[in-house]
Design a protein around this ligand. Structure first.
Ligand SMILES: [Zn+2]
Length: 510
């Protein structure tokens, strides 16, 4: 049987989070309290109105393009894409066809520890359509709040080979959009939507670059549905190949989430069906042409210099510079706020360390000596303690500064408090937004009190295990491990085992 490989390409729509829509002053909010409130004659497509380009939308397109190593067109324009559908009152969508703002580029992804560059074909800017709400009776409603919202279309080359790669590409693109602060890119809210193209090809034809008729699966609105629909489609098409009937024509299919299958929708229109032609109501965009006297309202070089480090680059740097593990680095670079917070905490802790009067050596030597242990403490308390608190409170930022958290980490690192007490301090810091000292003072969470608490548990454990205590006192000192285990169990593993041992030994001597 012939060995096949999937050839996958993606088309992603990203809603830009500008203040206003692409060609009018209406607020860019697809979901205000009521339908049809963020509308005006322009985004309703009334005759005789003139669109005006939102400069911020162009700027954001350039930001994404430059971040993804794309080439800015010297000049380009908007085109009318003509088709008849109730969500499009003008009878055409203002989009870009022959020349997009950005050509080429790539996004690097990491799939099962292997880095791969996925090439991009283009990134263009267009307006979103209205939203149709179909009833199960014989009528539908139209909400124009979404009409005219700026949409970026990112088209990849057919470089993707597995459903997992497709999912990871989308997750990485979402992170990039959020790092750049150009889109909220929330798939559940329709701010990021995806169409996938898939065909199969005999592996032996790899070098010929020959492709077979593809199937397009439209309007996928979760990472899971992208992955699942591709898995299904690969199985479906493989069967066709095995039966000697590979797909003969290009088709469009939908994804039925409930029944977990794709179904045929219609044969894809040929591109000329849209009768594209340049939009006569908008000026040509000139980005680089020397001949033009057209002044851009912003500086491309400035945009380039202001671009943040991309998530994957940050992840690599976190791994290399701080010795975090890959899963830790992935979590801590999940978004810009968390990554910045983490880095500031590390810097603060490092500064504290080298400021200590010490005979241990140079600053570098001191840092190297403590680095591994300190990073472990920081990563552990951030990922396993602080992030769950943040998640529970459904917040995206922190109620205290990285300096406050660094002070807390130092307290833990110096073992001035037990794990239990530290957890309690952190919870209060989080709910009250105060620094460590204030929390300890306000709640009298002193280490002594902590000692008392563990002391009581130690006493209880000794009391309820007379046989073990006897063995210990007869010289079988190894049994203390059992008692330590009992105390740890009673404190849900939150106590400092060193402190528990000390307290037990003190009690058992008497
Ligand atoms: Zn409007």
């Amino acid at each position: 049987m012939v060995k096949l490989e999937p050839i996958i390409g993606l088309e992603i729509h990203l809603e830009l989070s500008t203040k206003s829509k692409l060609f009018c002053h209406c607020p860019n909010d697809a979901h205000p309290v009521k339908p049809n409130t963020n509308i005006c004659p322009i985004c309703l497509g009334h005759p005789g109105v003139l669109p005006v380009i939102n400069q911020e939308a162009i700027k954001r397109t350039l930001k994404l393009g430059l971040s993804l190593n794309g080439k800015i067109s010297e000049y380009c324009w908007f085109d009318r894409k003509n088709y008849f559908y109730p969500d499009l009152p003008k009878g055409y969508q203002i989009s870009q066809y022959s020349l997009p703002i950005i050509n080429n580029g790539f996004l690097e992804i990491e799939v099962e520890k292997i880095n791969k560059k996925i090439s991009l074909t283009r990134i263009h800017l267009e307006e979103d359509t209205a939203k149709l709400l179909h009833s199960d009776k014989d009528w539908s409603l139209i909400d124009f709040n979404r009409s005219g919202i700026p949409l970026l279309e990112v088209v990849t080359d057919p470089d993707i080979r597995t459903p997992l790669e497709a999912k990871i590409f989308l997750q990485e693109l979402q992170k990039v959009a959020r790092y750049l602060d150009i889109s909220k890119a929330n798939m559940e809210k329709g701010q990021m939507r995806c169409d996938v193209n898939i065909s199969l090809r005999p592996v032996k034809n790899k070098l010929t670059k020959k492709f077979y008729p593809k199937t397009e699966i439209k309007n996928l609105n979760s990472f899971k549905s992208v992955e699942d629909s591709l898995i299904y489609e690969i199985k479906r098409q493989t069967k066709k190949w095995q039966n000697g009937q590979p797909p003969q024509r290009q088709t469009t299919r939908g994804w039925d989430e409930n029944n977990h299958l794709t179904y045929e929708q219609r044969s894809k229109e040929e591109e000329q069906d849209y009768r594209y032609f340049p939009e006569p109501d908008l000026p040509m965009l000139r980005f680089k042409s020397k001949k033009s006297k057209f002044e851009l309202p912003f500086d491309i070089k400035e945009i380039e210099q202001s671009l943040p480090e991309l998530p994957i680059a940050k992840r690599k740097r976190f791994l290399k510079n701080y010795g975090l593990t890959l899963p830790e680095a992935k979590i801590l670079t999940e978004n810009q706020v968390l990554a910045d917070f983490t880095e500031k905490v590390i810097m603060e802790v490092q500064a504290w360390l080298v400021s200590l009067e010490t005979i241990e050596g140079t600053e570098q030597e001191i840092w190297q000596k403590h680095k591994n242990q300190l990073i472990k403490v920081i990563a552990n308390w951030l990922i396993n303690r602080l992030l769950p608190l943040q998640k529970r409170a459904a917040k995206s930022d922190f109620p205290f500064t990285p300096e406050n958290f660094a002070e807390f980490i130092i307290l833990v690192y110096e073992k001035k408090v037990s794990s239990t007490l530290a957890q309690s301090i952190l919870e209060k810091m989080f709910s009250e937004g105060k620094d460590v000292d204030r929390i300890i003072e306000d709640h009298q969470l002193t280490p002594e009190q902590d000692k008392d608490k563990i002391g009581k548990i130690v006493f209880e454990v000794i009391k309820s295990n007379p046989e073990i205590v006897e063995k210990y006192q007869q010289g079988k000192h190894v049994v203390i491990q059992f008692l330590i285990g009992q105390v740890m169990k009673k404190t849900q593993g939150q106590s400092d085992p060193g402190l528990v041992r000390k307290l037990l030994e003190k009690e058992l001597k008497i």
